[in-house]
Design a protein around this ligand. Structure first.
Ligand SMILES: [Zn+2]
Length: 141
């Protein structure tokens, strides 16, 4: 773990996004990998205390995806940051992006029951805004 990561995690916006991310990955892992060996994830953000006392019990695969996503979020230069799915500067590798899209599609609708109603609504509104913008682009010759 380097100093830059540690400094970025102290930004409340970055920490908030990481908490949402970790909860979403937990919902996905709970629903899909309950039969796998799972332990409380010791990602960099978890070690730094970003998740407080909350433990995200994940399989090894999901923990690796979360660790990757934490780094991408920490080093994101966009401000304000759009949701990753709508970002023009795609910093994820193709396979990580595909994994995250599938995970979000599963966890997004289920996150309402896990205390993420506000984030769910924000996500929905922003997705709509970007869809409109994309439609408008297609219409202009
Ligand atoms: Zn998993």
């Amino acid at each position: 773990m380097n100093e830059r990561f540690t400094a970025r995690v102290s930004d409340p916006k970055v920490a908030h996004d990481m908490r949402v991310l970790a909860d979403f990955v937990s919902i996905w892992c709970d629903g899909n990998h309950a039969d796998q060996p799972r332990t409380a994830a010791r990602t960099d953000a978890a070690v730094l205390g970003t998740y407080g006392r909350k433990r995200h019990v994940l399989c090894a695969e999901c923990a690796a995806h979360l660790a990757y996503a934490e780094k991408r979020r920490a080093y994101c230069g966009q401000d304000p940051k759009p949701f990753c799915a709508h970002c023009d500067t795609q910093c994820y590798t193709a396979s990580e992006l595909e994994w995250q899209r599938g995970m979000m599609r599963y966890s997004g609708p289920r996150s309402w029951r896990h205390g993420h109603a506000i984030d769910g609504i924000r996500h929905l509104l922003e997705a709509r805004k970007y869809r409109r913008r994309a439609d408008a682009k297609e219409e202009t010759p």
